[in-house]
Design a protein around this ligand. Structure first.
Ligand SMILES: O=C(O)CCC(=O)C(=O)O
Ligand SMILES: [Fe+2]
Length: 333
């Protein structure tokens, strides 16, 4: 509990255990904005919308989404309530703090604090969301409006995920419902990156790709950076937009057509940053493999079949050892 960054006040220097080795330190965190990442209007003309999402997912693995139908007031309320959560007194946060990654609803810090060599400059509150009636009873009781606000938000994000899965299925030429039928799990992570005395030495999150189908990120200030042709570029915060990115599982199902792109989070010397990531998964027991239609159309499968739960396990081990997590599933073609 005393490990949480949000309960430490007045940090004047970066503690030794957060200083990254020179080869993974960000150094200068001021990088150019990624101006070419598409900004897609969900209210656009359907055929064009399908094409825009397909193109963005193939070329960049990232896009920003506007006119997505989630009310602005709700977006602000979610950011406010999550910020309030991290500002709660230590004794309130202690009730939900846990080092055990198997606990489904928990507050923790960094990634794997007990086992990692260097810590990351992030506290996180993580819990499942869908279906709401199964999960919201385990969410934090404070702030008083947390369950109500995050509950409404989760339902909206789930609806948006179904809509995006439908558009992505169509863009890939898969039969209707192919991807919507596969998604079952929605996990939310509220991330809090406090101001850091020296951002050149630390990261909020290291370079990684997401393991899921898609991630829907709510954010209001910069800090997220994407790797493009060996260079880091910053995602520009757009008011009320979502940042959407393709995860490893969708890269596999699309037989490599859609890209899961590596990204990281840098810290800020003056300002704390709070973001909300929603991860969309299949069921843990689901078999994952490249869609047959895409193989018939094009070439050979690039990945072998596996059970999603097993992939989650190897993703975690590989990521800790800084090995590319898709490598062990690749077929020789
Ligand atoms: O907080 C962010 O900007 C991104 C978080 C992220 O990459 C993740 O949760 O996987
Ligand atoms: Fe991520």
């Amino acid at each position: 509990m005393e490990k949480l960054l949000s309960t430490k006040t007045d940090l004047k220097f970066v503690p030794e255990s957060y200083i990254l080795p020179p080869d993974t330190r960000p150094g200068n965190t001021e990088v150019p904005f990624f101006e070419t990442i598409p900004v897609i209007d969900l209210k656009g003309e359907p055929a064009q919308l399908i094409q825009q999402i397909a193109d963005a997912s193939k070329e960049y693995g990232f896009f920003q989404l506007i006119n997505h139908g989630v009310e602005e007031k709700l977006l602000q309320d979610v950011l406010d309530v999550t910020k309030e959560f991290f500002e709660l007194p230590a004794e309130d946060k202690a009730t939900i703090f846990s080092d055990d990654p198997k606990r489904s609803c928990r507050l923790y810090t960094s990634i794997d604090y007990m086992n990692e060599q260097v810590h990351y400059w992030r506290d996180a509150l993580k819990h499942p969301c869908h279906p709401l009636e199964e999960h919201s009873q385990f969410w934090p009781q404070k702030p008083a409006q947390y369950r109500e606000v995050v509950g409404r938000y989760s339902v909206e994000v789930w609806k948006l995920s179904l809509c995006l899965m439908d558009l992505i299925s169509k863009g890939l030429g898969l039969e209707p419902g192919y991807l919507t039928e596969m998604i079952e799990v929605q996990l939310m992570s509220a991330n809090h990156y406090p101001a850091c005395p020296d951002p050149s030495l630390t990261l909020g999150l290291p370079k990684h790709g997401d393991v899921d189908f898609i991630t829907i990120l709510l954010q209001e200030m910069d800090g997220l950076q994407v790797l493009k042709d060996g260079h880091w570029l910053a995602i520009k915060p757009l008011p009320n937009a979502f940042v959407v990115n393709i995860g490893h599982t969708l890269q596999i199902i699309s037989n490599g057509k859609l890209k899961s792109v590596e990204h990281r989070v840098v810290t800020n010397q003056k300002l704390a940053r709070t973001t909300v990531s929603s991860f969309i998964y299949p069921s843990y027991s689901r078999q994952i493999e490249p869609a047959q239609v895409l193989i018939k159309d094009s070439s050979l499968p690039l990945y072998r079949a596996f059970i999603f739960k097993d992939f989650l396990d190897t993703y975690i081990t590989d990521t800790y050892q800084r090995k590319p997590p898709l490598e062990r599933y690749k077929l020789q073609v």
